[in-house]
Design a protein around this ligand. Structure first.
Ligand code: ADP
Length: 482
């Protein structure tokens, strides 16, 4: 089976969040069951530097300038890189400029990614045509619309929603620049509340929709989580699937992780103390044995980081230390930083993005706190399980699906792997941290929970099998239609 994927980020080449992890890991996992994936990616500077290859197509004018399509291999991934310097060769973020503003031509940049994907689906490359096109998030979601409205009308497609909050909404005026037929500006096309909606267009045109956990798949059917798209998603409920993300269990393996001060497995949990000591040094924390909570997060409202900031005094009063790594909203960063002088030795905050430090946090902290208001899947709780860094999570989306709360029944049955609280709200968060601290006092019970967490299957195997099954079903159904 041949799958053409499209994504605006892919680990290890370019990453701002969980989308990159999924786009990078799924092809490798699918390859083990005989599915070949080639992935279309923008030719950002980092991608052009890492992925040298050969030109397989060219355009004189692709949304404002000349472009080439380069077939390349990098990190075991087969890529089609859209080398369009006028769109992607620039300093700054993937989606925003150095001052944090969206690039004004984002609609052209990601329409180009989508258009190229649709053209490959339509036979641009001699000798290689996919059986199915699988695109991720709004940046690639226009591809099914381009296919349906001309480039490859019969091609099967899947849109995966990693976060419904990001929709790719633009004014109606851009429609003329997209190169779609006039008829596409309609209720069942790309029109969205009077403008153009990239994600909306994909959700409408795709053969199937997936999102990254069963609970989030249900949540986005409600007005509270649907963010304006719940009506459309409900209309397509029969084609909606929730498949939890896996993690790269080689990259994230406490036995071999080169970012740790000490490696360990479930039988050598004591070695975690050396990682905890290293963290105390990194974050200027007291080197005692009080429970150490980690946070690794974008510092945003979605992630409940404002609620965390409000809860810090109570968390410290309950006896825990807190080590936080993240960046995001300036106001939230400020509130978190302000807690450090209030709680010297108890709270450490590092503003920034630091892959190595994120590993050390998972390998040394006792628990990882994820108080999200909504969380399509979440990865940090999965790393936490793998590292015996017990997840304390809000019961939403993928957090609800991947952590077994240590309530009395679960503790009795010996199946608890973490702690859940009903909603990102200060009282609930603090009470649940207190509940975790109480269990932590019983070193034996805590170690049992850590070992259980470390046994949870967080690999890609199960998830990749579910995607493969969905691919096969769509292709099978398509073959049956006359
Ligand atoms: P989202 O994609 O919504 O930000 P996820 O939990 O799905 O949230 O994925 C976040 C990913 O980014 C994880 O791999 C996490 O470890 C990583 N991450 C987030 N913030 C940081 C940071 N400041 N430093 C290092 N890694 C980070």
């Amino acid at each position: 089976m041949r799958v053409l994927a499209a994504t605006s980020e892919i680990y290890p080449l370019v990453k701002t969040g969980g989308l990159a992890d999924v786009a990078g890991a799924l092809p490798l996992a699918l390859a083990r069951s005989g599915i070949e994936t080639r992935t279309v990616v923008p030719g950002y500077r980092a991608v052009m530097a890492a992925a040298r290859g050969r030109k397989v197509a060219a355009w004189e004018h692709l949304f404002g300038g000349p472009a080439r399509l380069v077939a390349a291999e990098a990190a075991g991934l087969q890529l089609y890189v859209v080398d369009a310097p006028h769109l992607f060769d620039r300093q700054g973020g993937l989606y925003v400029d150095a001052s944090g503003q969206d690039w004004p031509d984002n609609w052209q940049r990601f329409a180009a990614l989508s258009r190229v994907t649709a053209e490959i689906a339509g036979g641009l490359i001699k000798g290689w045509r996919p059986d199915l096109v699988h695109v991720h998030d709004w940046q690639a979601a226009l591809a099914p619309a381009y296919m349906r409205h001309g480039a490859a009308p019969a091609m099967l497609s899947i849109v995966t929603v990693h976060n419904l909050a990001f929709q790719g909404r633009f004014p109606a005026a851009i429609f003329a620049g997209l190169g779609l037929p006039d008829a596409a500006f309609s209720l069942d096309g790309v029109e969205y509340y009077g403008g153009v909606g990239f994600l909306k267009a994909g959700l409408q045109a795709a053969s199937a929709i997936t999102t990254v956990s069963p609970t989030y798949a249900q949540e986005i059917r409600t007005p509270e989580f649907g963010m304006g798209l719940d009506g459309l998603i409900n209309a397509r409920a029969a084609d909606l699937h929730g498949i939890v993300n896996g993690i790269d269990t080689e990259e994230w393996n406490p036995k071999t992780d080169r970012h740790l001060a000490a490696n360990y497995g479930p039988g050598r949990l004591g070695a975690r103390n050396r990682n905890a000591a290293a963290l105390a040094g990194e974050f200027d924390l007291d080197a005692d044995h009080s429970p150490l909570l980690a946070v690794i997060s974008r510092l945003t409202w979605q992630k409940g980081m404002d609620v965390l900031a409000e809860s810090i005094d109570a968390i410290v009063a309950a006896g825990a230390r807190l080590a936080l790594l993240g960046s995001g909203d300036a106001a939230i960063e400020g509130e978190l930083l302000a807690a450090v002088p209030r709680h010297r030795g108890r709270v450490g905050v590092r503003i920034g993005y630091d892959e190595a430090l994120s590993h050390l946090l998972q390998g040394g902290a006792d628990a990882i706190l994820v108080p999200s208001r909504f969380e399509p899947c979440g990865l940090t709780q999965l790393y936490g399980l793998r590292y015996g860094c017990i997840p304390i999570v809000a019961r939403t989306g993928g957090l609800a699906d991947t952590v077994v709360d240590a309530n009395h029944a679960a503790l009795d049955a010996g199946c608890a792997t973490g702690f859940q609280f009903a909603a990102a709200e200060r009282g609930q968060l603090v009470a649940t941290v207190a509940r975790a601290i109480a269990v932590h006092r019983d070193a034996g019970a805590w170690a049992r929970m850590q070992r259980r967490a470390m046994k949870a299957d967080v690999s890609w195997d199960k998830s990749a099998a579910q995607y493969a099954e969905l691919y096969r079903r769509l292709i099978g159904e398509n073959d049956k239609t006359p």
